[in-house]
Design a protein around this ligand. Structure first.
Ligand code: AR6
Length: 171
């Protein structure tokens, strides 16, 4: 049971669930969210999200994965970066904690995260990485789960290689 950081496209992950860096309306957006909706099947995932009626920042909800290799998608809206003084770090930490708790509650044993908030929402990647690794490692201290942090941007993966070399590797 461990955390691995890899450089890949999360939509191809064969973990039981993948996490979507969502918006509060749970609408198909750009970035990783757009890629997930496209590969899952836009219609089906949009309908499932509509039935949930939205999700607050830092909370997490789950839908089927439809056409994705992963059986489920856990949607969690990250905070928009506003300079760091608006509780962004606590909200981002809550995204990881609530997604992991939901996965545990559903009995899932493997989960893949993107680096939430580090794209369109503007969270500085280095700080976003520290929040992600801190929250996931704290959870794994007393829980059994295979967790992947899937980085898409080569420069962010390079940052992870420099900061957390022991965690970086292949699928
Ligand atoms: N696999 C893994 N990571 C990816 C992929 C992918 N296929 N595509 C992009 N990323 P972002 P946010 C990385 O912008 O900042 C959406 O419109 C990307 O390089 O996807 O939380 C939502 O609907 C970046 O490091 O999410 C919201 O409205 C990370 O995923 C808003 O954007 C997060 O970037 C959320 O913004």
């Amino acid at each position: 049971m461990s955390l691995r950081i890899i450089w890949d496209d999360i939509t191809g992950m064969k973990t039981e669930a993948i996490v979507n860096a969502a918006n509060r309306q749970l609408l198909a957006g750009g970035g990783v969210c757009g890629a997930i909706f496209q590969r899952a099947g836009h219609e089906k995932l949009s309908r499932a999200c509509r039935e949930l009626g939205g999700c607050e920042t830092g909370e997490a909800v789950m839908t089927p994965g439809f056409n994705l290799p992963a059986s489920y998608v856990i949607h969690t809206p990250g905070p928009v970066w506003q300079g760091g003084g608006q509780g962004e770090a606590a909200l981002l930490k809550a995204c990881y904690e609530n997604a992991l708790s939901l996965a545990k509650e559903k009995g899932l044993k493997s989960l893949a995260f993107p680096l939430i908030s580090s794209g369109i929402y503007g969270y500085p990647p280095e700080q976003a990485l520290d929040v992600a690794v801190g929250a996931i490692e704290a959870f794994l201290k007393d829980q059994e789960m295979d967790v992947w942090l899937v980085l898409f941007d080569q420069s962010i993966f390079q940052l992870a290689l420099e900061t957390y070399p022991a965690l970086c590797g292949q699928k």
